[in-house]
Write a protein of this length. Structure first.
Length: 205
């Protein structure tokens, strides 16, 4: 990720889209998630953190790439948007955070995290949320036709490897930690076309 954000123009990075996804917009505009302390895990260039901040959220983003965080901070400064960006490993201890959040989300992050590391990641999400806090997660479904169209592990043109999941697998991952309000497969617009993705809206137990 550091190499990608350090060497590629933002408009060429496949997942970097300034317009917030419809799923996130619907949660905000419908009032299902109201302005609160919010955290995006794997925020990249910070576009969606800035969107939430512009809607009155106390928004923070964390990403493993220091280059991405630098881009996000500069962009927020230019736009005059107040939010916080932190370089950190979402699979690490995340000692940077001493307070909990009301809303945590990851957008197209979990398919970068392979099954042996996923429980550790979900433990972090659980710890960072207040009691009854909401968690939104959207990641690629095994039904998505991209990058060969079959298999759980698929190599991308950027030489990254992604893990494509099933709804059953994601439910098994989430249920020990969260009440599942919604879990469904949806179409997500990307720069190269439509992806099939598993969308989960959860509440901390």
């Amino acid at each position: 990720m550091e190499k990608i954000y350090s060497t590629m123009p933002l408009h060429e990075i496949p997942w970097n889209m300034e317009t917030p996804p419809e799923v996130l917009k619907e949660l905000v505009e419908s009032g299902k998630v109201t302005p609160c302390r919010a955290l995006e895990l794997g925020c990249g260039a910070g576009n969606y953190v800035m969107y939430l901040a512009s809607k009155g959220f106390d928004a923070t983003g964390v990403d493993i790439s220091e280059a991405a965080i630098e881009i996000a901070e500069k962009s927020a400064s230019v736009k005059g948007i107040r939010c916080t960006f932190i370089a950190g490993d979402v699979l690490g201890a995340l000692h940077e955070f001493v307070e909990v959040f009301d809303f945590v989300y990851d957008w197209q992050l979990l398919h970068h995290i392979f099954p042996p590391d996923r429980e550790r990641y979900i433990n972090n999400v659980h710890r960072l949320l207040r009691r009854d806090g909401r968690y939104l997660s959207v990641s690629f479904s095994e039904d998505s036709p991209q990058f060969g169209g079959e298999g759980t592990y698929r190599k991308t043109p950027l030489d990254t490897v992604l893990y494509f999941s099933s709804e059953k697998e994601m439910a098994a991952l989430f249920e020990p930690f969260f009440v599942i309000d919604e879990l469904k497969t949806i179409d997500v617009e990307g720069k190269s076309g439509v992806h099939r993705a598993i969308c989960a809206l959860l509440r901390k137990r």
